[in-house]
Design a protein around this ligand. Structure first.
Ligand SMILES: [Zn+2]
Length: 483
């Protein structure tokens, strides 16, 4: 068998003030040196292929940190390069695509469907196409009709990228060998939200899906969580089932699982706290450190990660013994590095990307630490991913350690503090600009986790998202859209 793999991936926040252009994509071509953390799915595809003594051809992978809509030239250029590499690799028996599922480009509401359809035209009806997606995606009927198997991450935080890549490989490989005949069905859950898989009741549902796979003709079951900050008509949660040759069973399983997911909607819909409420709660806590997630400014959801609303409130309330990570401000990093460790500087920090970021803060700070090419390790099932943050600094201001990075990235682990010798356990409050990916790293040290809704590009209260193109006959706009 001959396997081809490749993909283009980003999560598009259509409300973000920043376009996504060619320079925002890390592009990996065959033979390129790879920054760790970028190729997890493809490493898995490759090792599974080689284990079977099959031939593996890697085409191209391009991935960008979530931001606004990808420019048309960028998307079409990357897509055409991927397709031409597939053309060169022909004939192939299996195509494995590592995509996101919520990528929007100028002129393309749904880049993934476009890619899958064009791949099918090249490989013909006999080859098997498998697609791995982030669970923050929208799955379309055309994807289901065109691909042979689609498998999503099951965990949020996404700690199972490699495991799901292996699941996908096995399903598609068995199909290519004629052992199975995967058939897929979708069920529309008529809700929009962000769903945290470590928390009950969702934890038990995800565990139940994992337990059912590989038995009674069920090959795979995925929850399609949706990406709430993509204003495209397909936005919404779904359930996706793959069975062996039984489309009715696939439809039944998708509906059964989708209705269970929908029935949890009120429990899953945690209304986040305002800035003042979050700080009140944290200050009243009996033990420390309390971790406050500033979800609205999560770089991983396409936000600038330079908003100042929370830092301003903390300074105004005189909160000390606290840490905040990370403000994206390459100019401030450069100024701090020029000043050097220990320098006392007047610095203008954050608030540069527009009204969603608030005003810049003029602060007197001590440069408490400098970390060139800082890296953080993100805990995963298996090996941790190493995530680069670029040159970073710790600025100390009135008892708050503010971590500032030159690369726009969320804090996936306490490394962003410990790299500066900050003892996270001794802090009263740690603020992380992240929606949920911080969880695996911070839950073991946090006395409590508070989810906060500050202003920002990733508005955590769904009914405040300024949708224009989504049919909102869905929860939470309508309590029971099935009634
Ligand atoms: Zn995601």
């Amino acid at each position: 068998m001959r396997v081809f793999a490749g993909g283009i991936s980003t999560e598009t926040n259509t409300f973000s003030p920043m376009p996504t252009g060619l320079r925002d994509y890390k592009i990996v071509r065959p033979g390129d040196e790879v920054e760790s953390g970028t190729m997890t799915a493809f490493d898995q595809f490759e090792s599974c292929t080689l284990e079977r003594n099959w031939e593996y051809a890697f085409g191209l992978y391009a991935g960008a940190q979530p931001a606004g809509v990808t420019t048309r030239n960028t998307y079409e250029g990357l897509r055409d390069e991927l397709l031409s590499r597939l053309q060169e690799a022909m004939p192939v028996d299996i195509v494995l695509l590592g995509l996101h599922g919520a990528m929007v480009a100028d002129g393309y509401d749904d880049c993934e469907t476009d890619i899958i359809q064009r791949v099918r035209k090249i490989v013909g009806p006999a080859a098997k196409i498998g697609v791995e997606l982030d669970l923050h995606c929208d799955v379309t009927q055309s994807m289901i009709d065109t691909a042979d198997a689609i498998v999503l991450y099951k965990e949020y935080p996404h700690t199972d990228v490699a495991n799901r890549a292996a699941d996908l490989f096995n399903i598609v490989a068995d199909a290519a060998e004629g052992k199975t005949n995967p058939t897929m069905a979708l069920f529309d859950c008529r809700m929009i939200g962000l769903y945290l898989t470590p928390n009950e009741p969702l934890r038990s549902l995800v565990d139940d899906l994992l337990a059912r796979e590989g038995k009674d003709g069920i090959l795979s079951i995925s929850l399609v969580h949706c990406f709430p900050w993509g204003d495209v008509p397909t936005c919404g949660a779904q359930a996706l089932a793959i069975t062996d040759g039984d489309p009715q069973q696939a439809a039944r399983v998708a509906e059964e699982v989708g209705r269970k997911f929908f029935a949890m909607r009120r429990e899953l819909d945690q209304v986040p706290w305002s800035i003042e409420e979050a700080l009140d709660k944290a200050l009243a806590a009996a033990s420390a450190p309390v971790v406050i997630a500033d979800r609205a400014d999560n770089a991983g959801g396409g936000a600038p990660s330079d908003s100042t609303f929370m830092l301003k409130a903390m300074l105004e309330r005189g909160i000390d013994n606290a840490g905040l990570a990370m403000i994206w401000d390459p100019v401030a990093v450069q100024v701090a590095i020029s000043g050097g460790a220990g320098a006392n500087l007047d610095i203008r920090l954050g608030g540069k990307m527009g009204p969603m970021s608030g005003d810049p803060l003029d602060l007197n700070v001590i440069v408490a630490g400098i970390a060139e090419d800082m890296v953080q390790e993100w805990p995963q099932q298996g090996d941790p991913m190493r995530i680069p943050c670029g040159d970073s600094v710790c600025l100390h201001c009135n008892g708050i350690d503010i971590i500032v990075s030159s690369r726009r990235v969320q804090p996936f682990s306490p490394d962003v503090f410990t790299n500066f010798d900050i003892d996270v356990a001794s802090k009263r409050i740690l603020v992380v600009k992240s929606a949920q990916h911080f969880y695996a790293g911070y839950a073991p040290v946090a006395s409590e986790i508070i989810y906060m809704a500050a202003p920002g590009a990733v508005a955590p209260r769904y009914t405040e998202i300024p949708f224009k193109r989504v049919d909102l006959h869905k929860y939470p706009w309508v309590d029971d859209p099935f009634a």
